[in-house]
Design a protein around this ligand. Structure first.
Ligand code: HXC
Length: 514
């Protein structure tokens, strides 16, 4: 055969495999409101940048009618490409091919591209759309999952790993996304669960829909398994592009800088906190007042909303924000908020992203529910994460910094590099009302007018302790600053922290309370 004929034959062979499960299966996929695996890759990556590998890999299963059964690409597309110019590795499970089920060869295509990403030090993106372990392959499928989990763990903290759930992600399949850094879900399309509704009905006799069991909202709002939620696949891809442009592409690199920009003139930073200390406000308005172009990519926007985490830029460079959110539960710390912030802090630390902490919270949420849910163990994760982090760590106390929360929110005592406080800061062991009721209990009970005495003692406590100056007099706060000075102070702190080199004792690894 001439080369020309060979080329034509190759094109025909490729065209057949690129059709995935064929027209009927594609029609079914589209009818479900889903894009095909190939279209997803093309929509996410820079135009013309996708290069596919292992298109002709075939399964070797001979049992259960699998002998000779042709499965295009063994149900998964793998390759490399770029997103906003940044090289990435990607795989996308093809539901039109035997429900995107995972057999050994399918898994080995995934592990090969993961190995490649780890060696090349580029992000790895996995698009999940699969019925789980290919039942016909049995142990081969289980082995495949195990090999993926091992690589997820090896790559953790070295390259960013992103999971996109665009269909079912059932059984053991959920554990690869759970091991990765960021999970994206889409309304009506994403479904994640360990045991599906049919198993639940058989075993427990309970009827539940896939959506109610593990739909996009469930994971974005309740379980916290999903970090980003979108209404459509295209919106989801835009979120991924934004994230990739903000984060370093390995732990050996810095995030790509952008042209420094001032915050857009919006709300005056001095007017965001209400004059009544009991009134809430949206801490994101303070973040917008600080970041370049007032841009902020919030992570876990819908889960544990009493704390806000996410990425923004300061003078063109990426930073991570951790901020109490007085708008929800007065910004208290609880189990979920501690988990949310703890993992984000560790992400920033692993990828050399400085952490800015904005503090305004009345402490840990009291109550039997929290105690029994393990607030001691969960809260400790955050203490651990801040203490362990060696990236530049800057805290600004905006208002309340009470009790254990004061220590936990990147205090000087946990190793903050710069501790700044606004004049509105109240740094104390607890809120003035609670404190006065305890330490002046006798005087209040013996007074003719208990309420008047209580008010007087609360006022005394506020004047003495509920301010930043006691902490500043001990050197625990480095500077009491005006709100308008905040951005410049942080920019300067980041500038002088550029060569930060923090000592940690040698160890194999720590044993965090997870
Ligand atoms: C083999 C599978 C499959 C699987 C789907 N298919 N899942 N084939 N192994 N796990 C096939 C179907 O037989 C069908 O083939 C095609 O894919 C499309 O599936 P449908 O059922 O028609 O699609 P839909 O109605 O949309 O339902 C999707 C689904 C359902 C909810 C995912 O297919 C389902 O419940 N699948 C089984 C899920 C599951 O229990 N997986 C195993 C989990 S155990 P045809 O030829 O008819 O088109 C597990 C253990 C791993 O994962 C542990 C690792 C640690």
């Amino acid at each position: 055969m001439t080369l020309k004929k060979n080329i034509l034959a190759l094109r025909q062979k490729k065209a057949i495999v690129e059709k995935g499960g064929g027209d009927k299966a594609i029609e079914k996929q589209v009818a479900m409101g889903k894009m095909t695996a190939r279209d997803r890759i093309l929509a996410l990556l820079d135009a013309g940048s996708f290069h596919e590998y292992d298109l002709f890999v075939e399964h070797e299963e001979r049992n259960f009618g699998m002998d000779g059964k042709e499965l295009a690409g063994d149900g998964v597309i793998t390759g490399t490409g770029t997103i906003k110019g940044a090289p990435i590795c990607i795989y996308a499970q093809d539901f039109t091919v035997m429900g995107g089920s995972l057999g050994l060869k399918h898994a080995r295509k995934i592990t090969k591209i993961m190995d490649h990403a780890l060696r090349m030090k580029v992000p790895c993106i996995g698009i999940n759309d699969s019925g789980g372990a290919r039942i016909q392959e049995g142990i081969g499928a289980l082995a495949g999952y195990g090999e993926i989990f091992l690589r997820n763990t090896m790559a953790s903290g070295v390259i960013p790993q992103i999971s996109v759930i665009l269909g079912p992600c059932a059984g053991g399949a959920v554990y690869s996304p759970a091991l990765t850094d960021f999970v994206f879900v889409v309304e009506n399309i994403s479904k994640m669960f360990i045991t599906g509704p049919n198993v639940i009905e058989t075993v427990l006799g309970e009827k539940i829909s896939q959506e109610d069991l593990g739909g996009a909202r469930v994971h974005a709002e309740i379980t916290g398994n999903a970090h980003f939620y979108a209404q459509s696949e295209l919106e989801c891809f835009e979120q991924i592009k934004q994230l990739i442009s903000l984060i370093p592409h390995s732990n050996q690199q810095k995030a790509v800088s952008e042209e420094p920009k001032k915050p857009k003139s919006g709300k005056n930073i001095e007017n965001i906190i209400p004059s009544d200390p009991k009134q809430p406000y949206d801490v994101r308005d303070i973040i917008y007042a600080l970041t370049d172009d007032s841009k902020f990519l919030e992570v876990h926007e819908l889960w544990a909303t009493n704390i806000v985490i996410g990425f923004g830029r300061l003078n063109g460079e990426t930073v991570g924000f951790v901020a109490n959110q007085p708008l929800y539960l007065a910004g208290v710390l609880d189990c979920d908020a501690s988990d949310k912030a703890g993992r984000f802090i560790r992400y920033c630390d692993a990828f050399n992203i400085p952490i800015i902490t904005l503090e305004d919270m009345p402490g840990y949420l009291p109550g039997v529910d929290q105690e029994h849910a393990g607030v001691i163990r969960h809260g400790a994760k955050m203490l651990y994460a801040y203490s362990e982090a060696t990236v530049p760590k800057i805290t600004v106390i905006l208002r309340k910094a009470y009790g254990g929360g004061y220590i936990a929110m990147n205090s000087r005592h946990l190793g903050a590099d710069f501790m700044l406080a606004w004049p509105s800061a109240e740094i104390a062991v607890m809120g003035p009302e609670g404190a006065a009721n305890i330490i002046f209990r006798k005087e209040i009970m013996e007074a003719e007018d208990e309420d008047a005495m209580r008010q007087q003692k609360v006022q005394e406590y506020i004047e003495k302790f509920a301010n930043p100056y006691v902490a500043a007099s001990k050197g625990y706060i480095d500077a009491v600053i005006e709100p308008m000075e905040t951005r410049d102070m942080i920019l300067h702190a980041l500038e002088v922290s550029k060569n930060k080199d923090d000592y940690r004792p040698a160890k194999k690894h720590g044993v965090p309370p997870f």
